[in-house]
Design a protein around this ligand. Structure first.
Ligand SMILES: NC(=O)c1ccc[n+]([C@@H]2O[C@H](COP(=O)([O-])OP(=O)(O)OC[C@H]3O[C@@H](n4cnc5c(N)ncnc54)[C@H](OP(=O)(O)O)[C@@H]3O)[C@@H](O)[C@H]2O)c1
Length: 246
C-alpha cells in the first residue's frame, strides 16, 4: 500500500474526482478526511471507505467561506493527530460571460477555487514542515492554459491556481512537494451541469484518445503525486486530458 498510515484531507471529495481519490487513497492505507457541503454524499463516501475496510470521516464545509477550512484542520488533528496530504480539489464553475459576471460571482468562484486552497495550505504547511515531509496537490484545469468564451471567472481562477501551485512549490520546499493536476474533460457532476459529455463531444472528437476521462483517471494521478513514486516531482501542472490541445 502506497499511503499506509498517512492522513489526507481532500476538499470536494463528495463527488467526481475528489470522491474517486478519497476511495483510492483509503484503499492505499490513508485515513481520509472527506469534505464538501452535501452531507448525504459525504456520508456515502465515508460509508464506502469503511465498507472496504478503510478509515475516514467527513466534515461539512463551504469553501466559499475559506475561513471554515480552519475547522477542518482542527478536527483532523483532533481525530488523527497530523496531516500528511492536502488535496485542494473543490471547484465551482461559472458560466457567465466577461461583461456579465457579477463581482459577487467572481468572489465566490475565487474563494472556492483559489482562496480556500491558499488558506488550507497556510494551515497545514507548518504541520508538514515540522514533520519534515508533506504533499499538497491542487486541482487546476486545461482552463489554466488558455482562454475561451463564457467562463471568465472560472478561467481566471484556474490560471490563478496554476500560479499559486508554482508559488507554493517555491516557498514550501524542501519539506513539502506541491503539484497540480490539470484535468481535461472528465465525466463528473460538474460536466453534467453543462449538458454532459455528449454536449461537449467536440472535445472528445478533438482528442487523440477519442474518449472523455473518468474520475478514476484523475485519482490514479493524484495517488502518484501523493506517494513517494513522485518524490522528485515538484511545482508541475500536469495535464490529464487525453492529449487535447486547448
Ligand atoms: N470535470 C471536468 O471536466 C473538470 C475539468 C477540469 C477541472 N475540473 C476541476 O476538478 C475539480 C473537481 O470537480 P469535478 O469535476 O469532480 O466536479 P463535481 O463532481 O461537481 O465535484 C465538485 C466537488 O467540489 C465541491 N464543492 C463545490 N463547491 C463547493 C463549496 N462551495 N464548498 C465546498 N465544496 C464545494 C463539491 O462538493 P459539495 O457539492 O458537497 O459541496 C464536490 O465534491 C474542480 O476543481 C473542477 O474545477 C473539472
Amino acid at each position: 500500500m502506497k499511503l499506509q498510515g498517512k492522513v489526507a484531507i481532500i476538499t470536494g471529495a463528495t463527488s467526481g474526482m475528489g470522491r474517486a481519490t478519497a476511495l483510492l487513497f483509503a484503499r492505499e492505507g490513508a485515513k481520509v478526511v472527506v469534505t464538501g457541503r452535501n452531507e448525504e454524499r459525504a456520508q456515502a463516501v465515508v460509508e464506502q471507505i469503511r465498507q472496504e475496510g478503510g478509515e475516514g470521516m467527513y466534515l461539512l464545509v463551504d469553501a466559499a467561506r475559506p475561513e471554515e477550512m480552519k475547522m477542518v484542520v482542527d478536527k483532523t488533528l483532533e481525530a488523527y493527530g497530523t496531516v500528511d496530504i492536502l488535496f485542494n480539489n473543490a471547484g465551482a464553475l461559472s458560466l457567465s460571460p466577461l461583461l456579465e459576471v457579477s463581482l459577487e460571482e467572481w468572489d465566490r468562484v475565487f474563494n472556492v477555487n483559489v482562496t480556500a486552497a491558499l488558506y488550507a495550505t497556510q494551515l497545514v504547511a507548518p504541520i508538514m514542515k515540522d514533520k519534515g515531509k508533506g504533499v499538497i496537490i491542487n486541482t487546476a484545469s486545461v482552463a489554466s492554459f488558455a482562454g475561451h468564451f463564457g467562463f471568465a471567472a472560472y478561467i481566471a481562477s484556474k490560471h490563478a491556481m496554476a500560479g499559486l501551485t508554482k508559488s507554493m512549490a517555491w516557498e514550501l520546499g524542501p519539506e513539502i512537494r506541491v503539484n497540480a493536476i490539470a484535468p481535461g474533460l472528465i465525466n463528473t457532476a460538474m460536466v453534467e451541469s453543462c449538458g454532459g459529455v455528449e454536449a461537449l463531444c467536440g472535445l472528445i472528437e478533438a482528442s487523440p484518445l477519442k474518449r472523455y476521462g473518468n474520475p478514476e483517471d484523475i485519482a490514479n494521478v493524484a495517488l502518484f503525486l501523493a506517494s513517494d513514486d513522485s518524490s522528485f516531482l515538484n511545482g508541475q501542472i500536469i495535464r490529464v486530458d487525453g492529449g487535447i490541445e486547448c
